[in-house]
Design a protein. Structure first.
Length: 385
């Protein structure tokens, strides 16, 4: 079947003939975004409103009949969903309660795609499989379906789309319905491409990012965390100034918290702060970008600050690498210190006990960086020459 697709000058989808979606409107005010999709002025429509942070506030499905119009409105308040002012659903991590208080559990694959739904007794309610860009092999029954990427599959005239906030994934077209707001950071990709055209390997929870930075020269890990202004800020647990044979090699007597802003992973690596500021800033040689949600970013910012303010730096067991692990764990990326590739550090006794020593299990920043790349999908950046 042939279909024609129209976009406006801002790159936002205006219409798609293959789904009888022939017009769309976008309006932005001080309270957020409103989006409407229509077949024609006298036909069914769907309208959504979002707050200024991109959180969905309401969705209205408007059905037009000969003599009467019917509207089904859903309002979203944190974990609660209301359908025409009646509580319909309460979400919790890994599932939800329906309007009758019955629990349903969602089981996902390595990309976060829901593949099974179980009832409170453990019986299978749904078994779902997908084409690479989110089209289901068979449309499951039910309302407000949490499916591909753990996102809601929209019905009505936008059927087949997934709600990622004010930007929708158009799975029949295998692309976003609007441009990536940070497309300038990846100029080799088209602005509407989903998951670098490889959704079998990558996922995109929201378009936000957490970046792990590696300095191989000085054996150090740090992070860039995206904030609500869409810029990236630098966080580093530095320990003390490091000297070998009275020669300074790196470190600081204080931690770096919320330094910036910087324009993404590549922008930071190429910045004067990284390349020309001297050894005390570690000169990072690699950056690994992990896609996150705004909530995960908030959790990791708070974890970094908590570790810096409330704990004492210890070279072997509370350092830059263990901090990165703690932040990722707190945000739901499960990395265990005992699972990571540990190494044995030989530490000589001081205070008159020269010649004796002990082996202490610690965590190598380079090993942590490598294992993060193995266990969490992401994108690797290197400084441009």
């Amino acid at each position: 079947m042939q279909t024609s697709v129209n976009f406006n000058d801002a790159g936002l989808l205006l219409g798609e003939s293959g789904r009888d979606f022939n017009s769309a409107t976008y309006s932005l005010n001080s309270r957020g975004l409103r989006f409407g999709a229509y077949d024609s002025p006298d036909s069914p429509a769907i309208e959504m409103s979002y707050d200024s942070q991109g959180n969905l506030l309401s969705r209205s499905e408007i059905y037009k009949y000969v003599n009467v119009n019917k509207t089904i409105q859903r309002r979203f308040a944190d974990i609660f969903t209301f359908r025409n002012d009646t509580l319909e659903r309460i979400d919790f991590p890994g599932g939800y309660f329906d309007e009758n208080g019955k629990a349903h559990y969602l089981l996902a694959d390595y990309l976060g795609n829901v593949t099974m739904q179980l009832d409170s007794d453990g019986y299978l309610e749904r078994n779902i499989s997908y084409y690479p860009y989110g089209e289901v092999h068979r449309q499951p029954a039910g309302q407000q379906l949490t499916l591909f990427g753990g996102k809601e599959r929209v019905t009505h005239i936008l059927g087949g789309s997934y709600d990622y906030g004010p930007r929708y994934l158009d799975s029949p077209l295998c692309q976003w319905a609007g441009p990536d707001r940070r497309a300038s950071e990846t100029p080799w990709l088209a602005s509407h491409v989903f998951c670098a055209a490889n959704p079998v390997k990558y996922s995109d929870p929201s378009g936000d990012n957490f970046v792990v930075l590696l300095s191989e020269t000085f054996g150090h890990l740090a992070a860039l965390i995206q904030d609500l202004d869409n810029n990236y800020y630098y966080f580093s647990i530095n320990g003390n100034n490091l000297y070998i044979s009275e020669k300074f090699i790196g470190g600081k007597p204080y931690d770096d918290l919320m330094i910036g802003p910087f324009g993404g992973a590549q922008g930071f690596l190429n910045s004067d702060y990284n390349s020309n500021a001297g050894n005390e800033h570690f000169r990072y040689a690699a950056a690994y970008l992990i896609e996150t949600t705004p909530e995960q970013d908030r959790i990791m910012r708070e974890e970094f600050i908590k570790i810096s303010k409330n704990t004492d730096y210890a070279y072997l067991w509370n350092n830059c690498a263990t901090t990165i692990i703690s932040c990722l764990n707190a945000a739901g990326f499960k990395l265990d210190n005992h699972v990571m590739h540990n190494y044995m550090a030989y530490v000589p006794y001081c205070y008159g006990l020269a010649g004796f020593g002990q082996f202490v299990t610690s965590v190598s920043p380079k090993s942590v960086f490598d294992n993060i790349m193995i266990n969490i999908p992401g994108h690797l950046y290197k400084p441009e020459k």
